[in-house]
Design a protein around this ligand. Sequence first.
Ligand code: NDP
Length: 285
Amino acid sequence: MGKNYRSELVGAFGCPIDENPTGVMEEAAFQAKGLDYRYLTIKVNEGDLEVAMKAVRVLHMRGINLTIPHKVEVLRYLDELSEAAELIGAVNMVVNKDGKLWGENTDGKGFLTSLTNEGITVEGKIVTVLGAGGAARAISVECALAGASKVYIANRDSTRGTELAGLINERTGAAAEYIPWDKALEVPENTDILVNATSVGLYPNVNDKPDVNYDTVKPNMAVSDVIFNDPNTLFLQEAGRRGAKTINGLGMLVNQGAVNFTLWTGVEAPVDIMTQTLKQEFGLA
Ligand code: NDP
């Protein structure tokens, strides 16, 4: 057998994509595990995804991440979907299984792992999710599949909110209820886990926080934010001030990347190295 000069390829398709730091984290992980893989951060415009997905097959890429605006569109070009991805209706990662493209959504799984790492489980718990967009759908569906007893969905747009609550009621074992969000939100008092899954507080709007009556956040609640840039959001600061345990969005980001790493390589992900690498990228280490 001759020497192999060909690296295994994975990466991300998106637009905008230039500021996406995932590649740095995944490449550090490949190096740490001695794997000859490369992660390519690739700009794919809206409308060009079909050709790009053909390239995944033609170039024998091991898989690909999808981000804005491709997470829903990509479903048309896949051979198989995981149960969660089918329910969520969006895919953030694809594995090329000998020419068959299998789609999965690991955002919610990364979220659940970030809770588990803090000693929090969702089984039998009441979860209140702010938002009904992509991240909120992934988180709500995974919480429901993981045995949450009830999921409240608060969203400004009632169509998106009721649709998500309906999906959880019909397709999972959890009960769900839509909460209209047209004034400062009163967090349901039986909430165990409160999640901001809106884009409020995302850089550069770091002085924004979701419109919540923060005095309804109680010390027995675990409060999490999907925003990772900057991870010390005003939402988490307000919750922390009320005595709640807080979990920032870096854990979700690292852990979805770790699940992706393992699905592509079959190797356990070096989560500590991935966390450290991301913190360095964000100037937090
Ligand atoms: P979407 O555009 O799909 O959804 C955005 C959501 O935010 C909608 O529910 C929208 O409500 C809500 N929203 C926006 N502005 C406001 C506001 N002023 N008040 C109340 N609600 C508001 O985005 P995504 O779900 O894809 O992403 C959301 C955030 O999650 C992003 O910041 C992204 O960076 C982050 N994210 C983090 C990940 C991680 O690993 N930590 C992974 C994936 C995403 P409406 O429907 O009423 O418009």
